[in-house]
Write a protein that binds this ligand. Structure first.
Ligand code: 13P
Length: 380
C-alpha cells in the first residue's frame, strides 16, 4: 500500500523498497579505498604544497624572493625535483590549482613529475574561508559551486585526492554550534562530491591553536568538532574507507601560560580525542602541523604513534610549514643552493616517516628546527 500517492505515481514502488541509495559502485569504492590506503602506507605521509598565491608569497617574502608566477613555479620545481628517495616517505603531494597546471624546466607537467616518482598528486579544491554571519568572528569555507566539474577535470589530469580546509576557533564563546554544524556539513558535501569524481577527500576541520586555553580544553573541543564531523559524513553517506581525516594535533593554545605539557601529554590528548570520535573504517589520519615548529611537530607525531591506546588507523603527516621551513631557508631562491635545500627536505621527510611509525629518535633536525612557524589566524 502506498502512503505517499504523489511520489508513488512518479517513482515505481520497487525503487523505493529502501531508503538507502548507493552513490558509488563497488568498483568506485574499491578504487577510492586503494588510493586512500596508498596515501597512508607505513612510514609515508603527505607534503602539503598547496599554498594559495598570497600564502606562497608570504613564504617567499621571508627569503626575499619576489612573488611572481615563475618564482612560485621555481619553488615548486625545487620541491618536486628532490631525489627519488623522497618517495620512500612521501606518498602524495597536495597542489594548488596554479601549480597543477605548471611544468618543470624540461617541459614536463608537475603532475607527471610526481607520478614518475611514484608520488600521488592531490589538489586543494576549497576557495578559502569566509565570515559566518551571526557568530563571534567565525568562518565557513567556500567552493562548492562548480566543484563536481572541477573534480572531474582534476581526475582527468591524473590527480587522485583532494583537500578542503575548514577552521574552528577556540575562545570563551567559540566554536559555536552553528560553526561546528555548518563546517561539518560543508566538508561532508565536498567529500561526497569528490568521491563521485574518483578523488579521495581529505577532510580537514582544523581547530586553530590561537588562544590561551589549556590542553584539556583543546581536547574537549577537538572531540566535539570531530563528533559533528562524523555525524555529517554519515548523514551524507560518505564512504569512510575512501576518506582521510586531517586534524590538528591536540596542544594547549599558543599563548597558554600554565604548566608544561610534554609530547606524551599532547599525544595522549590527541589520540583520546580521535578514538572517541573517528570510526575505525576511516582509512587514515594525516595531521597538519598547525604552526608547531618543525622538530616539535615530528616529536609529537612520534609520541602519538606510541600512545598505549587503541589506534585503528595509520597516524601520519600532511605537513605544510613543518616540511618546508628548512627547505626555504636553505634555498634562498638561488639555484646553487638546490642540493642543500634537497638535503633539508630529505631529512625532514625521513624524520616524519620514522615518526609515523613511532621510530624517530632525533638527530634529523633541519635548519629551521627551533623556528616558530605560528601565524595568527592562519589562512592557507
Ligand atoms: P600546516 O602543516 O602548515 O599547518 O598546513 C597543512 C595544511 O595543509 C593546512 O591546510
Amino acid at each position: 500500500m502506498c502512503f505517499a500517492p504523489d511520489v508513488c505515481d512518479i517513482v515505481p514502488v520497487a525503487k523505493m523498497a529502501s531508503r538507502f541509495v548507493n552513490y558509488l559502485s563497488p568498483q568506485q569504492e574499491a578504487e577510492l579505498a586503494d588510493i586512500a590506503r596508498r596515501l597512508v602506507a607505513p612510514g609515508k605521509g603527505i607534503l602539503a604544497a598547496d599554498e594559495s598565491i598570497s600564502t606562497c608569497g608570504k613564504r617567499l617574502q621571508e627569503i626575499n624572493v619576489e612573488n611572481s608566477e615563475d618564482n612560485r613555479r621555481r619553488y615548486r620545481e625545487l620541491l618536486f625535483s628532490c631525489e627519488d628517495a623522497m618517495a620512500e616517505h612521501v606518498s602524495g603531494v597536495i597542489l594548488f590549482d596554479e601549480t597543477a597546471r605548471q611544468y618543470d624546466s624540461f617541459g614536463t607537467p608537475f603532475v607527471k613529475c610526481l607520478e614518475r616518482k611514484g608520488i600521488i598528486p592531490g589538489i586543494k579544491v576549497d576557495k578559502g574561508v569566509v565570515p559566518l554571519a551571526g557568530t563571534h568572528g567565525e568562518s565557513t569555507t567556500t567552493g562548492l559551486d562548480g566543484l563536481k566539474e572541477r573534480c572531474d577535470e582534476y581526475k582527468s589530469m591524473g590527480i587522485h585526492f583532494a583537500k578542503w580546509r575548514c577552521v574552528l576557533k577556540i575562545s570563551k564563546f567559540t566554536p559555536s554550534y552553528l560553526a561546528m554544524l555548518e563546517n561539518a556539513n560543508v566538508l561532508a558535501r565536498y567529500a561526497s562530491i569528490c568521491q563521485q569524481s574518483g578523488l579521495v577527500p581529505i577532510v580537514e576541520p582544523e581547530v586553530l591553536p590561537d588562544g590561551d586555553h589549556d590542553l584539556e580544553t583543546a581536547r574537549r573541543i577537538t572531540e566535539e568538532v570531530l563528533a559533528f564531523q562524523y555525524k555529517a559524513l554519515a548523514d551524507h553517506h560518505v564512504f569512510l574507507e575512501g576518506t582521510l581525516l586531517k586534524p590538528n594535533m591536540v596542544t594547549a593554545g599558543q599563548s597558554y601560560q600554565g604548566r608544561y605539557n610534554s609530547p606524551e601529554d599532547n599525544a595522549m590528548a590527541t589520540v583520546q580525542a580521535l578514538y572517541r570520535t573517528v570510526p575505525a573504517a576511516v582509512a587514515g589520519v594525516v595531521f597538519l602541523s598547525g604552526g608547531q615548529g618543525e622538530e616539535s611537530a615530528t616529536i609529537n607525531l612520534n609520541a602519538i604513534n606510541k600512545v598505549p591506546l587503541r589506534r585503528p588507523w595509520p597516524l601520519t603527516f600532511s605537513f605544510g610549514r613543518a616540511l618546508q621551513a628548512s627547505v626555504l631557508q636553505a634555498w634562498q631562491g638561488k639555484d646553487e643552493n638546490r642540493k642543500h635545500a634537497h638535503d633539508e627536505l630529505l631529512k625532514r621527510v625521513k624524520a616524519n616517516g620514522l615518526a609515523a611509525q613511532g621510530k624517530y629518535q632525533g638527530g634529523l633536525e633541519g635548519m629551521a628546527a627551533g623556528k616558530s612557524l605560528f601565524v595568527k589566524d592562519h589562512a592557507y
